[in-house]
Design a protein around this ligand. Structure first.
Ligand code: PLP
Length: 359
């Protein structure tokens, strides 16, 4: 197995390069701190952490029930979606089973399948970086147990249309369980898909979402899945009882109850900044893929050029993500940061491009 290579931490790069200002645009985190209500709730709850957390994470589940309009026994809270991915694979996949997904795409799904000794079958993406659902369907065999649609897809940012997704899920054979990874759901353009709405309408579908991105809680590690109650029950038998820590639960509940419009405001800013960064990169002759997430994938022509740009940016204090680990070695992925961070990135980009092209 290839180990997962996370975006480099700020302190790590600061230690290595001795630079004062490091900007991390590498892991698709939210650009601002958690919502003020979440920070206040966590501070207030800190003294109570002598006790084990609620193993059922009922506070979060109740809040999600009312937010999403689905019953509590169809909701499972996890230690980030990453851990839910492992649990889904652990529960459903055996050697000889197949997981079908797009490529390049989010590697945790591949890792989850590989750990189980299952076979991974991949389908090429459409030209716009979204999942090609016909190509995906063509990879399904009688041994396929799980078919995963990551939309918006990481690392490309492309999303499938709501109608194509609904038709794809409806047409699947009964022996296949579809999973929709909606980690970047909040950033979808108007009219985009809503996996939970499909479930409410009766679709047999598993949806995963996270608090790590638009809710800015990546450090707390909390995400959730909505799935048929039977599957949630099965996963309940293999998961660790206390895998979602108490402060993460408190932070998620407070974030869901935020009434100050932080989520909408931040999503608006990120999408406006994404357009600005896209334009800025185009002015340098680059051609980012169309994105409905909080990042842009930038093809650089070759893996060598992508790696050299990554190093040139790093030397100037900007951490981006070479996309080789995702299966796109000729690209770099840039997370949309705060306006000042994005401008700082664009300001050194010209210099970094000059440096790599001068070699
Ligand atoms: C598509 C996708 N799914 C899932 C995750 C995992 O999110 P979490 O932080 O909840 O583990 C990520 C994180 O980058 C992602 O990009």
């Amino acid at each position: 197995m290839t180990p997962y290579e996370p975006g480099r931490p700020i302190d790590d790069v600061r230690r290595e390069l001795g630079l004062e200002r490091i900007i991390k645009l590498a892991s698709n985190e939210g650009p601002y701190p958690p919502f003020p209500s979440a920070i206040a709730a966590v501070a207030a709850a800190a003294a109570g952490q002598r006790l084990y957390p609620d193993p059922g994470a009922w506070g979060v589940r109740d809040a999600l029930c009312s937010h999403l309009g689905v019953p509590a026994n169809t909701i499972l809270i996890g230690n980030g979606v990453d851990s839910l991915i492992k649990l889904i694979c652990m529960t459903l996949l055996d050697p000889g089973d197949e997981l079908v997904m797009g490529d390049p795409s989010f590697i945790s799904w591949k890792q989850g399948a590989a750990i189980q000794g299952a076979t991974i079958r991949t389908a090429q993406l459409a030209d716009d970086g979204s999942y090609d659902l016909d190509a995906l369907a063509a990879q399904i065999t009688p041994s396929t147990k799980l078919v995963v649609v990551v939309s918006p897809n990481n690392p490309t940012g492309g999303a499938v249309s709501a109608s194509a997704l609904a038709a794809f899920v409806r047409a699947l054979p009964d022996h296949v369980i579809p999973v929709l990874d909606e980690a970047y759901f909040e950033y979808l353009s108007a009219g985009g898909h809503d996996g939970v709405a499909l479930i409410r309408e009766g679709a047999r579908l598993v949806v995963t979402r996270t608090f790590s991105k638009a809710y800015a809680l990546a450090g707390f590690r909390i995400g959730y899945m909505i799935a048929p109650a039977e599957l949630i029950g099965l996963i309940g038998r293999v998961r660790n009882a206390f895998d979602v820590n108490g402060l993460a639960q408190v932070a998620a509940v407070a974030s869901l109850s935020d009434t100050d419009g932080h989520l909408a405001h931040r999503v608006r800013e990120v999408t406006a900044e994404r357009a600005m960064v896209d334009m800025g990169l185009r002015a340098f002759g680059l051609a980012p893929l169309p994105s409905q997430a909080n990042f842009l994938l930038v093809p650089m022509g070759s893996a060598d050029r992508a790696n050299r740009l990554n190093s040139a940016l790093l030397a100037r204090g900007i951490i981006v993500r070479p996309a080789g680990a995702f299966g796109a070695p000729e690209c770099i992925r840039i997370t949309i940061g705060r306006p000042d961070e994005n401008l700082a990135m664009l300001a050194v980009m010209a210099e970094a491009l000059q440096e790599i092209d001068a070699v």
